[in-house]
Design a protein around this ligand. Structure first.
Ligand SMILES: [Mn+2]
Length: 327
């Protein structure tokens, strides 16, 4: 870590830990990175005698329950007036639902995130889109401040990295990722156990839903876009939940050839959530941004109101437009 960055991280930590009461907010539909990063921060702060609340409106999905302290996550809080409010793994207070009021009631706010900057939230900002996971930034924050990493802390942070790199397979995996993961492994985190917990712990309805989604795979005549869909009817018939759609898009990406993989999810009638993945250099974040979403160059998402057919037409039209303009 560069000396200057180390100093920045020390300053940020000093400023943060001047507070006594903390609210840490995860985004809705939390993933291992949001939960692991928030819980690691909470663990260290509590160790220093701070009063810490972690709020995530959607709770902890089953496959992240192995993360140490995940049973401490609250769905909401009526408390206000915290000394410090920290937004973790996203930059938009719109994505934290009811936790927003508690967060904004804090005297100081902070944001720790690795998505492409989309706003200016946070008096203290630790933002680095080059990081594969927010957990990397939290690790560096601890490391710069000489905070020892025990096994639970290492497991929390490793959950973030394994989650956001698809178990070290996505394009965001780099030397820094492995350097940090190696330190976490040395501290007792078991990447293979974590990968199994996150990726190979599906319920039967979730696996059946995956099967149905894969049967819907469609290739655009150009050969450059592949997509799958999950309808509300699929969810109802299979007794599956919205959370069971998580990760399906990554399998859509397994189809060889196309530049863009898409999953359309009809989570409620008239509202279509879209996950985009690019397999090459194509930037899907700018597509998601057109529809009010965001994310990373290779992984992004947005929501389009309307029917499945109209959302698909709109979205694919936009992808084709960008493809034409970039060739
Ligand atoms: Mn993340």
């Amino acid at each position: 870590m560069r000396k200057e960055r180390r100093r920045e991280l020390r300053d940020s930590w000093a400023q943060l830990t001047r507070g006594r009461s903390f609210v840490l907010a995860c985004h809705q539909r939390p993933d291992g990175d949001a939960l692991g990063s928030a819980l690691a921060l909470a663990r260290v702060l509590r160790g220093q005698g701070k009063d810490v609340v972690v709020v995530c409106e959607d709770g902890v999905p089953d496959n992240y329950r192995f993360i140490p302290d995940s049973d401490t996550v609250l769905l909401s809080t009526n408390r206000r007036g915290f000394d410090v409010g920290v937004l973790v793994d996203c930059e938009s207070v719109k994505r934290i639902g009811s936790a927003k009021d508690a967060l904004l009631s804090s005297s100081i706010t902070a944001c720790i995130d690795h998505h492409l900057p989309n706003g200016e939230f946070g008096d203290i900002r630790i933002i680095d889109p080059e990081a594969s996971a927010t957990a990397e930034l939290v690790f560096e924050l601890f490391s710069a401040n000489g905070i020892p990493i025990d096994r639970d802390l290492a497991t929390q942070l490793m959950a973030g990295i394994v989650g956001d790199t698809g178990a070290f397979k996505f394009a965001n995996t780099n030397a820094r990722t492995f350097r940090i993961a190696s330190r976490l492994a040395a501290a007792g985190a078991r990447a293979s156990d974590i990968a199994r917990e996150i990726y190979e712990s599906h319920s039967l309805p979730a696996m059946r839903l995956l099967g149905r989604a894969l049967c819907s795979l469609t290739m655009h005549p150009s050969g450059r876009i592949v997509w799958a869909q999950v309808t509300k009817k699929d969810l109802d018939e299979l007794d599956a939940t919205d959370a069971d759609t998580e990760g399906i898009v990554n399998l859509v990406r397994w189809v060889k050839g196309p530049d863009v993989a898409i999953l359309f999810r009809e989570t409620k009638p008239g509202s279509i959530r879209i996950s985009l993945r690019s397999t090459d250099d194509f930037d899907v974040e700018r597509i998601a941004r057109v529809f009010g979403g965001g994310g990373h160059k290779a992984a992004a998402g947005c929501t389009i109101e309307g029917s499945l057919d109209s959302a698909r037409e709109l979205l694919i039209g936009e992808v084709l437009k960008w493809m034409e303009s970039s060739t």
